[in-house]
Design a protein around this ligand. Structure first.
Ligand code: NAD
Length: 260
């Protein structure tokens, strides 16, 4: 039961982040949504989650490429909801291209959103959690924090970096009741993955059906996409009292991908 807990989830207007936010709300947490998208659609989702689960749901539109806006997201959460118990860093983007064609602006954006934003959120959240004597930080990394795939130079670098950042902050907060971990999903059928199918087909010179079968699901021995509810289950464990000694580590939910 997470009633009385306050959670902020970056990148929660779509896909994994949205489902994680709803999973926390369904267990009684008040939440702050964040992410890009159409203002009306976001407001509809905000109201729907609040009404369905009877919790407070706020939205803050911080751009994860802007350190000042990220600082404001954390300050806003503590100010408006009175505390900060759970931080989920989920904002992320992808770009698929061979290294020699990889656009430098895409490299910068992926490192900024998928890695550096978590540095900024944690920098501001840790002092609040430490003061409270308890906190849970969950970084949504990836199987690509542990394994590489061709044509994903920036993404694989950012996710490996996020795992390192997670371990480092976990050591710094270990005596303060604050844990820091990753959840490493394999392929989940979110908008991010749907968009990547066409790009991967182009980069590899194969059809979109072949990308799903021979690239994505062939990486996962179960031959199934990871589901939202499997990820939410791991999140609820990590933020629970029973998760107190899981620290600086990762729960990898990848159908056996990284066993290979
Ligand atoms: P998605 O595209 O559905 O959602 C991404 C979210 O990040 C959206 O809410 C979007 O608005 C937000 N975002 C993007 N740029 C932003 C910015 N500059 N500022 C603020 N918010 C921004 O993607 P998803 O598949 O749900 O991915 C969520 C996370 O899970 C990412 O970190 C991704 O790397 C990771 N992940 C996804 C998969 C997968 O198979 N889908 C696998 C492993 C890891």
């Amino acid at each position: 039961d997470l009633s009385g807990h306050v959670a902020v989830i970056t990148g929660s207007t779509s896909g994994i982040g949205l489902h994680m936010a709803e999973g926390l709300a369904a267990n009684g947490a008040d939440i702050v949504l964040n992410g890009l998208g159409d203002a009306d659609v976001i407001e509809t989702e905000r109201q729907r989650i609040a009404e369905t689960h009877g919790v407070k749901v706020l939205y803050h539109g911080a751009n994860m490429l802007k350190p000042d806006e990220i600082a404001d997201l954390i300050g806003f959460t503590a100010r408006e909801l009175g505390r900060l118990d759970i931080l989920v860093n989920c904002a992320g983007i992808q770009h698929v291209a061979p290294i020699e064609d990889f656009p430098t602006d895409k490299w910068d954006a992926i490192i900024g959103i998928n890695l550096t934003s978590a540095f900024h959120t944690m920098k501001h959240a840790v002092p609040i959690m430490r003061k409270q004597g308890r906190g849970r930080i969950v970084n949504i990394a990836s199987a690509h924090a542990l394994r590489a795939s061709p044509f994903k130079a920036a993404y694989v670098s950012a996710k490996h970096g996020l795992m390192g950042l997670t371990k480092t902050v976990a050591l710094e907060t270990a005596e303060d009741g604050v844990t820091v971990n990753c959840i490493n999903p394999g392929y989940v059928k979110t908008p991010l993955v749907e968009n990547q199918i066409a790009d991967t087909a182009k980069a590899r010179g194969i059809s979109e059906d072949e990308v799903v079968r021979d690239v994505m699901l062939s990486a996962q021995p179960t031959k199934k996409f990871v589901t939202y509810s499997e990820l939410v289950g791991a999140l609820l464990y990590l933020v629970s009292d029973d998760g107190a000694n899981v620290n600086g580590n990762a729960i990898t939910i990848d159908g056996g991908w990284t066993a290979k």
